[in-house]
Structure formats: C-alpha cells, structure tokens
Design a binder for this molecule. Sequence first.
Ligand code: ATP
Ligand code: MG
Length: 660
Amino acid sequence: MTPRVAVSPAYYGASVSDFLTDSTESIVGALTMNGGSVESLQRDAWVGQIALLKTALASCSGTLFLEFDVPRIGSRIDAVLVCGPAVVVIEFKVGERTFLTSDRNQVWDYALDLKNFHQASHLAPIVPILIATDAADTVPHLISAADDGVFPPVMCNGSRLGEAVRLALAQTSGDEIDAFAWSRAPYHPTPTIIEAAQALYSRHTVDAIARNDADTQNLGVTSGRVETIIDDARRDGRKAIVFVTGVPGAGKTLVGLDVATRRRGDTPTHAVFLSGNGPLVKVLSEALARDEVARRRRQNDKTRKGVIEQSIKAFIQNVHHFRDAGLRDTGPPADRVVIFDEAQRAWNREMTSDFMRRKKGRAGFTQSEPEFLLSYLDRHEEWAVVVCLVGGGQEINRGEAGISAWLDAVSSTFTNWTAYISPNLTDSEYDAGHALQTLGSKASVVTDTSLHLSVSMRSFRAEHVSRFVKALLDREQAEASALLGQFSPRYPIALTRDLAKAKAWIHSRARGSERYGLVASSGAQRLKPHAVDVRVQTNPVHWFLNDRDDTRSSFYLEDAATEFQVQGLELDWVCVTWDADLRSTPHDWTCHSFVGSKWQNVKAVERRQYLRNAYRVLLTRARQGMVIFVPPGDFGDATRRPEFYDSTFRYLRGLGIPTL
Ligand SMILES: Nc1ncnc2c1ncn2[C@@H]1O[C@H](COP(=O)(O)OP(=O)(O)OP(=O)(O)O)[C@@H](O)[C@H]1O
Ligand SMILES: [Mg+2]
C-alpha cells in the first residue's frame, strides 16, 4: 500500500493503521522522496526506528508523522504521534546505552517549541519520549506535567516504547485533536536573537525563522521600509538617515540584522551592522563563528576559526573599529549602508572630545560621535544611508547622548541628508522633542509609522512586559498592576527576599536547554554578602554561550551580569537582584551610588535617569519570566539597613507581584 505522504511539514504522515500496513521500504522511500537524506547511515536509522514504532504502536490509534520540521531549532523531530488529545514527541538515539542530558533536553526542547510556537499545540498536553535503543531495561516513568501541559521527558529503551506511549495516552485528557489540521497549523517561531543571527548568517531568510503574522507587529514591514529608503537613496544619489524606534525586545536588532543580511557580499549596497555595545558584538560574533565552524566541520571544511572571524567582521563590527578607520583614512568607508544598533548610546561632544584627547592624542576634537560618524559617511560623493536603531530609555552610561545628538548633527551640519523618523521619537523616553523641532526647520524630514516597533517580541507569551516595566519605573502603579494581571499566568514574575528561593524558583521553571542567569545593576555594590559581586568582570561570551557545566556560564547563577553585559541580549529566565542603589519612596525613587564605604545620594538628573534605565534593561531581559530578589538587609550593617530595601519590596509587592 502507498503511504499517505506529503503532509508537510513532515516527510511522512499517515494514520497509525496505515503506517502499520505500509512496508518499511515504501516508508523509507517516502522519507527520502520528500527531502530526507539518502545516506545509508540515515536509512539504517530509519529502518530501526520504523521497526520499533511498528511494534510499539501495534494496538494504537491516531496519526503518525515522521521527520516533523521544527523551524526555529532548524531540525526535525524523529516521530510525532497525535492521538486523542495528546501530542507525543519521540526522539530516537539508535545504539545509545545511556540517557544523555543533551538528548533529554533536545526532546524537551522539541516539545516546548511545539507548545510555544505551533498554533495547534498551544492547548495540547505534550509528552516527550527519549529512546536510547540499547539502554538498560527499566520501566518508563511519567512525572506530572507543568502548568502548560508539557510533561518532563519519559526515558526508556526501544523495547519499552509501546509502554511509554500507552502511559502517555493514559495520563492525558482534553479535546481530541484533528491530526490533519494539526500538521498544517501555522508555526510562529520566536528565535532568540542569537539563533536569529546564526540563521540569518547561514543565509536563511528572516521569514523562515521569525513571525510575520497578523497578530504581531510586522517585522517585514519595517525592514521593507528601510530597504525602500536605501533603494531610493541609491537611485536618486541622495543621503538619508533613518531612525527605527521600539520598546525593549521589539525586534530592532533583528531588523538591523535582517537588513544587513540582505545586503551582504560584494553588492554595491553592502551594509554593515555596527554597535557600540561591546558585549553584544562580542557575543553575536562569537556565536556566529562557533556556528559557522561547526557547520563547516560537518562538511569536512577545516577553515580556521580566525579566517571565519574575519568574514564575520564584514557583517558585524564594533562601532569603535569603524570610527578608528574613519580617523585613520581620509576617504569614505567601504560601506554605503551603515546600521547602528543602540544608537541612543552614541557619545556626546564632551565624552568624544575627552576620549580623543586621552586615548587618541587628538586635542581640540569638537564633534560628537554621531557628527563624526555622519561626516565619515558624508565623504561618499553620491549616496549613503545610516540606519539608527534606537531603544527608548536605554541610555545607561555617562556621556551617552541619546538620540538628540544624531538629530542635532543633521540640523547643524548635514542638512543635505533626508531624515526618516518614526513618529514615536517624540515620546518622552527618547528625550528628543527640542532636537526634533530644530531638525524640522533645517532639513527635510519624513515621518513614517512603519519605523516604530511597539510590541515586545522577546517575551513571546506576554507582549506587554515592556510596558509593565515602563509603568513600574514611572510609578504608574494602577497601570502596572493591570498589565501584570493580564499576563501573569503566561509570564510569571515572582518576588522574594531569599536568594536561595529565587534560584530554586528559576531551576524549577527552566526546562530543556532554556537559558537562565543572574543580573544586577552595575551600581549594586552591596550584594556582596549574597556572593554577588558586580565588580568582578563577567565575560559575556562565556556567560551567554558556554554550556551548563561551565562555572562561568550564566547557568551557574553565580556571576551576575550587569546592564552593560546584558543590554541587547536576553535569557529565558532571569533573576534580577535589586540593591539599595535604586530605592522606592512612597511616590518615587531615590538613587544612590556607593562611594568608598557609604551610599551617597545621586542628584544629577542625568545619572538618575541612567540608573532607572539600567533597571529597565535588567527587567526586560527575560523571554519567559523572572524572579526579583530584594535583599532583607541587615540591622548590623549601616550600608545594608533593612529600610533601604523594605520600601522597594513593599512597592513591588503592592503591584501584585506574588512573593515566594
Ligand atoms: N518578528 C519576529 N518574529 C519572531 N521573533 C522576533 C521577531 N522580532 C523579534 N523577535 C525576537 O524577539 C527578541 C527581541 O528582538 P531584538 O533583540 O531584535 O529586540 P530589540 O528591540 O533590539 O531589543 P532591545 O531593546 O533589548 O535591544 C529576539 O529574541 C528576537 O529574535
Ligand atoms: Mg537590540
């Protein structure tokens, strides 16, 4: 009998009864015909799996899919059984005797990915099963499911598969799933920014990995608009500066990477992605390099990592290298399209001139960083485009000019450039009102709503997390409470005064390869009694990219990353440790800086703003949920008196954040 094939996104799909009568040959034929590998190793693995499945499912109903596509993870699930209300995800490790943590996480990740991003699986109970075919003969065990209906993986050897499946089906309940509709339901993946960068770099398009559906802000619309502006500028031989704004986690960096990817290679419109955020550039570049090395090794290509790193530099670079090239050379840069991520963090005039004097031996430098960078691009005779990606309220360091320095640069010197701005640039957190007015009278300005991204995609199950954090920091308590009430089951936030409880909470939440870590503001100097020392420089590459067995990785929950190390990046679960640098009062915050051996009040408006922004960055890093640890303080320690912390704890609890 011919198999019921071509049910995309699986290479093979059929009712279990048809699967049982189809010959192994014809099933393998279907798998290869629909895109599976024809290598003998793969064929042998399939033959083995099919035999095990035929035995295991002999008395089972439902529908079976083989090699089911998981776009975000970029691989395929060996087998998925949809039966009654349940989705059973099966991963085979043929010839394996032990259950490796990485294999267990792999099948768990598949289950979580379906749950989070595959529309028809949102409500379904999902049971992952890991089969190590040659493992010892132990009885399979099913632990109860998490709130979202995903069970921890069941593990057994090949001969126990049938038992594991029966166990799964006996423990699940709910509405019966229409398997055909299930297999065709849309997938709306939300990759991590690192996964997205890797996929884009390996020449996938953004459509393959990201959401572009009606429920979300259309990333494609923003990217597309930027593309048209670039094409027009080129056609007309003009210069243009584009400002893309967005709430934390809305996809600004992804838009930038998308535009840079599409204009890669030797095209005359080659674009480079720049950021002054050192850790972001380091982490993304290293992630790309590791991924590229691994991909090439799989193809027996032994190109050295150093060579690969060079080509990555043409794609993503620290803005300081770019600036230094502009100082060294007198001509224009190689690129005509330059994308600045975190453009709000560019330096103002004082900071730039101070730096030039001290570090580059150039006295009397009068330009701000935006002015200099624009002058470098302006050396092109014909066209050039600068794309500024701007995070509102995310300036976090002394001398960071915010976006107005870019606007001022255009108004004062580059009036021949056309400015394309998002209307949201007038919002208070961009602090650009005055500069915008001046710009309007000096240069040509085009306002375009498609240049704003308003929805947080990072917290993919709760789009209003960024708004909640803004309300929390702006002391809009009613608004913050209401928003929290809307998303709290889907995006849990917890509060505690016990760091051990916070860590336990994180451990109990994180599943599969979900990443977690500890963050603290760079001014959090009195967390040391809790073994959190922000003065120890955490290496962001190890922290973000290394595996869970590496003590330097975020998984150890030992080294805290500060706002400088985590800005622009993200984790699944975050423990925010809150020190006495930002303290709640009945109506506002007071800001403090630890100097010598005591806390001093911070009065300067700008520095107060940086501190608030630092907490905004920390509180918007988690994709799935966070716990906030507010220390209990200590009566015996004048630098950690309980009252420094109590009011903050009460304020957060008053918003409705549940305590542990
Ligand atoms: N359209 C989309 N579809 C799927 N995932 C998306 C989309 N847009 C953004 N994401 C994901 O959401 C997360 C946040 O995106 P990104 O880092 O680009 O936001 P951002 O605006 O730069 O945030 P920040 O202000 O913190 O720098 C990333 O994990 C990214 O991959
Ligand atoms: Mg970003």
